[in-house]
Structure formats: C-alpha cells, structure tokens
Write a protein that binds this ligand. Structure first.
Ligand code: 5RP
Length: 234
C-alpha cells in the first residue's frame, strides 16, 4: 500500500530533480496537477533564482499559483518559443508514451509539450505502467456542441465514453480551460497508442486527446529517496 506521505516524498524527489532541467531556460512552461504543485512550491522556495524568467501555464490553476508567488506569468498567446515544459502524467509506458488529462488540462498541455524545445515530465513511481490504459481512461476534450454526437459515435464503435462530472464545487460536466467538455474514454481492449491517438483526433468535435505519444524527452520518476531520469529512445 502506498501511503500518502510516501507518495508526497516521491513527487518531491521528481520535482527536485526536474529543477536541473530548467536551470538554463528563459521561458518555462508549467503544467498542471499535484506533482506540478510540488514543483511550483520548490520554485517558490528559491524565488530569487527564477525572478528574471518568464513563465506560462497550461491551466488557470497553475497561472494563479505562479502569479501568487510573484513570478512573471504570460498568457500562452504571448509566447513564441518555449525553452522547456514541465508537467506531470497519469500513466507512463516503457516507450515514455503517456496518458494525461487527469486534471482536465490536456489541450494546452499538449500544445505546450509539442512546441517546447525540451519536454520534461515528473511522476511518482505509481505512474509507470506496462501498457497505456492499464489504470486510466483516455481523456478527450470535446467541443460542447458536438458532445452527444461524439459520445454516440464512440459508443457505437465499442469505446465506452463517459462524460466527466464535477464531484464538488460545480454541478454538471467539467469544462476545460479551452471551453470543451471532458469525456473519459474506456477502450474495451488493449490499444496501440499511436493508432488510437490518430483515430480519436481525426473525429470532428474532438479538440484534443490525453494520449501523448512520442512527446516526452525526459520522464523523471520519483521514489521516496531518489529520482530516476528516463530518456526517450533508450
Ligand atoms: C492534468 C494532468 C496531470 O499532469 C496529471 O493528471 C497528473 O497529475 P498528478 O500529478 O496530480 O498525478 O495531465 O491534466
């Protein structure tokens, strides 16, 4: 059984190691989630080091957290180049393909990942899986008007789509930072990540998927007492 304290230590190990990857960066993209939250708190502990840097965020939550610490945070529309992007993940397979979107921020996360010069993901060791889909569904960000059409289409093809509902603080479906509705897709059998990614992104009404295939340069895996850096292609 993983205790909450052990997981927190594992996230901290990964976040600490990730600081090495941003040391030389001028423009830093920051993702979303509880592991990233630990990373942001470390940035806060060494504020003076990061004062001259520019940050951008994959979600309003992260933008607010960075802003509260006094960092310069730009809206993504003002960013032309990202030196490094740091984010968490829900699942990571052996090829460093990932499922993301547990925090509903997948669309901006994918955009920032794709356009960043260095892509670094920080996870605790429980995120490593034998194959994608082992523990988590594949999230989709779906255009609101297309919601029922997309869900019915997916159902007919044997995927089990489920609209993600807020459990607290809001009635109804979770609306993403880009205005879509989050739908969690439960494929009924093992899938090839790239094939599924292609199929899902080809559907009109699907804004983005939480499948990140071939996009991670480094995955920093945190354990209680150490961190291991996995590099793509090794
Ligand atoms: C948000 C994400 C997160 O990075 C992912 O859900 C991991 O979060 P956490 O670090 O809390 O486990 O993709 O959309």
């Amino acid at each position: 059984m993983n205790s909450v304290g052990n997981l927190r230590k594992a996230k901290l190990s990964a976040a600490k190691k990730a600081m090495e990857f941003i040391a030389d960066a001028e423009v830093i993209g920051v993702g979303t989630g509880s592991t990233v939250e630990v990373f942001i708190s470390l940035l806060g502990e060494s504020k003076s080091e990061w004062r001259g840097r520019v940050f951008t965020a994959s979600s309003i939550d992260t933008a607010l957290k960075l802003g509260d610490l006094g960092f310069k945070v730009l809206h993504p529309v003002s960013i032309e180049k990202l030196d490094v992007y740091v984010d968490g993940a829900d699942e990571v397979d052996r090829e460093l393909n990932m499922i993301k979107g547990g925090g509903a921020a997948l669309t901006l996360e994918k955009i920032m990942t794709y356009y960043s010069d260095r892509r670094v993901f920080i996870v605790d060791y429980t995120k490593l899986v034998g194959y994608l889909g082992e523990k988590h569904p594949v999230p989709l960000d779906v255009q609101q008007q297309a919601l029922n059409l997309v869900c019915r289409y997916l159902s007919k093809r044997g995927y089990k789509p489920k609209i993600r509902y807020a459990t607290k603080g809001k009635y109804g479906p979770i609306i993403s930072d880009v205005g879509g509705v989050i739908v969690d897709v439960y494929p009924q059998k093992r899938f090839d990540p790239l094939e599924l990614e292609r199929e899902l992104t080809s559907l009109p009404g699907v804004i983005e998927t939480g499948l990140f295939v071939g996009l991670a340069d480094f995955v920093v895996v945190g354990y209680e007492e150490r961190a291991e850096v996995l590099k793509r292609g090794r």
